[in-house]
Write a protein that binds this ligand. Structure first.
Ligand SMILES: NC(=O)c1ccc[n+]([C@@H]2O[C@H](COP(=O)([O-])OP(=O)(O)OC[C@H]3O[C@@H](n4cnc5c(N)ncnc54)[C@H](OP(=O)(O)O)[C@@H]3O)[C@@H](O)[C@H]2O)c1
Length: 188
């Protein structure tokens, strides 16, 4: 694997994540929150209704390694329905509506922080991502861009829903392996 930015040179998934310590950036009222997504070059977040065919084995290795840097993983109900999430080796939180309607996300994050969750990795999907970004709750975005075009009018992008303002991002790192790009963005 090559690191293109910053400081171009050889790297590995392990080396990149070794010094990545998101729990140190937890806020008092909520965990540090990073999103992880994979997309095709034409911006699709699913192929045939699931995300698995998008990324390579390295993408899977990156996700598995990323999970070890976080106290818990969070997904939305739509992702739970579409993807196979059984035993992922860490705590899994599924955001789903209850009798009171949609989950109040700031309150959920506050209670997770009170329980001791300092760093939370959200693996989607696009609707939950939109809600979290709209509420200003996302600190970072890990995005794999697979060298593929999938077409189709229906597949979602990595974020669905309205945002009041455009959100500016800065590129924290960019890695490459066999044409697949692994970007890490920080909210400006
Ligand atoms: N490419 C990738 O990296 C990637 C990653 C993840 C998912 N995906 C794909 O995305 C698709 C699923 O998309 P999706 O947008 O439906 O999934 P989602 O964001 O995981 O789930 C959305 C659902 O979460 C529940 N929810 C409860 N409170 C919410 C709140 N405050 N904000 C947002 N959602 C809340 C709602 O379901 P209820 O009303 O049922 O409670 C809502 O419909 C699947 O095809 C999956 O394969 C792709």
């Amino acid at each position: 694997m090559h690191r293109l930015l910053p400081n171009a040179g050889p790297t590995t998934v392990e080396k990149q994540l070794d010094s990545y310590r998101p729990w140190e950036q937890a806020q008092a009222e909520r965990p540090f929150l990073a999103m992880n997504f994979a997309s095709t070059v034409d911006g699709r977040a699913t192929i045939g209704g699931v995300s698995g065919p998008i990324g390579s084995q390295i993408d899977t290795a990156m996700l598995v390694a990323l999970r070890t840097r976080f106290d818990a993983v969070m997904i939305g109900a739509g992702t739970m329905r579409a993807e196979r999430y059984s035993e992922i080796g860490t705590r899994l939180i599924v955001v789903e509506s209850g009798p009171g309607g949609r989950v109040e996300l700031p309150a959920l994050l506050r209670s997770l922080r009170e329980e001791g969750v300092r760093a939370l990795l959200c693996e989607g999907g696009p609707t939950l991502h939109g809600s979290l970004q709209a509420a200003g709750l996302v600190d970072e975005l890990f995005l794999t861009i697979a060298p593929k075009l999938s077409g189709g009018g229906v597949p979602p992008r990595i974020l669905e829903g309205e945002l009041d303002d455009v959100i500016g991002l800065e590129l924290a790192w960019l890695l490459e392996e066999e044409g697949e790009l692994f970007a890490r963005y920080r909210r400006r």
